[in-house]
Write a protein that binds this ligand. Structure first.
Ligand code: NCD
Ligand code: ZN
Length: 347
């Protein structure tokens, strides 16, 4: 018997589209199934000003398939030189949805990120006042902090003090990877949410490191131990509106992944929804998938839910495994969940 599941069209609250040839190749993979996505600004050079965001948005719109109604929700990359007036104006005009905080050096193309959050206090206060959400890459970069501890330490040392200093600021703790992150989001009274990726619901650090190093499972924040993955699965499938989907689909060409110093990022745009349906079915929570993919995000951002739907179909036979997509810069490997997928978006 074929089973189907119809959902309000999902949104992706954390997505890397890149630029140029990679943008043109990966954008249709998201635009096919998602209504909107929060577009990460970590280009080289980064998307810092309202003018940068307008130009990047125009390049995305030009790369969209002709019949697409996909809407990119633009973000600005916070630097210690960011002008609060520019942020507030870009948000007020509807051009920009949120601002992204990268601790300097935390991840791909984050060299111009923030070294000391006290230096951006004025911008954060202006954002709180104007209702501009802050999306946070929650990892410290101190060389003395173990990479597996960087999220938990960031919450204690940076995020909690920041939220206390600017209490009106709406904050998204992005790509939560630890039980500590889940607990912190759940401890907040208001104004804090957490996004969760599809891949962190599937892999733990053994998948990355046991039996040979798997560069396509290397992402940041790095996958943690199994107990953390279980905490993420409980949070995502709990129905708690403070958690919603941000795939963090982060394409890098195979040449940049399969090398002595490979880039961080899992490319999940083509199969994120199939993987999520699989995970939610395993957890007996298919009835909560729509909240996670389509309702909790708009509620946090104060946006309407998408007005149309998608239908997922469960096929008896496994879907062909996603492999690579070709781009003008070389192939990009699609995330392999390590199990057969049966749910597919009906087209
Ligand atoms: C992202 C990228 O490649 O831009 N990489 C990743 O592993 N997630 C950056 C990020 O979100 O950390
Ligand atoms: Zn990301």
């Amino acid at each position: 018997m074929t089973r189907t599941l119809t959902l309000t069209r999902p949104d992706d609250w954390h997505l890397h589209l890149r630029d140029g040839a990679v943008l043109r190749a990966v954008l249709p993979e998201t635009a096919r199934d998602f209504g909107r996505a929060i577009i990460m600004p970590n280009l080289l050079p980064p998307v810092v000003t309202g003018a940068d965001a307008a130009a990047y948005r125009a390049r995305i719109m030009a790369a969209l398939p002709a019949d697409s109604t996909f809407e990119p929700l633009m973000t600005l990359y916070l630097t210690e030189e960011t002008d609060p007036d520019d942020v507030v104006a870009a948000h007020a005009s509807g051009l920009v949805t949120a601002v992204k905080l990268y601790p300097a050096g935390a991840t791909t193309n984050s060299a111009s990120g923030v070294r000391d959050v006290n230096r951006v206090r004025g911008v954060l206060e202006a954002m709180a006042e104007a209702g501009v959400p802050l999306c946070v890459h929650g990892e410290v970069t101190d060389p003395d902090v173990d990479i597996f501890d960087r999220e938990a330490v960031f919450i204690d040392r940076v995020l909690d003090p920041l939220r206390r200093a600017v209490p009106g600021l709406r904050v998204v703790l992005e790509h939560v990877t630890t039980a500590d992150g889940v607990d912190y989001v759940m401890s907040a009274q208001a104004g804090l949410a957490g996004t969760i990726t599809a891949h962190h619901l599937v892999i733990n650090r053994n998948h990355l490191l046991v039996g040979g190093i798997r560069p396509h499972y290397y992402c940041l924040p790095v996958a943690k131990r199994e107990s953390h993955r279980q905490a993420l699965r409980r949070a995502a499938t709990s129905g708690d509106a403070r958690f919603f989907l941000g795939t963090d689909s982060a394409p890098h060409t195979d040449g940049n992944k399969e090398t002595a110093c490979g880039c961080a990022g899992c490319f999940t745009a083509p199969n994120a929804l199939s993987i999520l349906a699989h995970v939610f079915e395993e957890e007996g929570a298919l009835d909560r998938l729509e909240g996670f993919t389509s309702r909790h995000g708009p509620a946090f951002y104060g946006l309407p839910e998408n007005s149309d739907t998608i239908t997922l179909t469960r096929h008896e036979t496994a879907l062909p495994a996603a492999d690579k997509i070709a781009t003008g810069d070389g192939p990009v490997t699609v995330f392999d969940p390590g199990f057969a997928l049966h749910w597919a978006v009906a087209r």
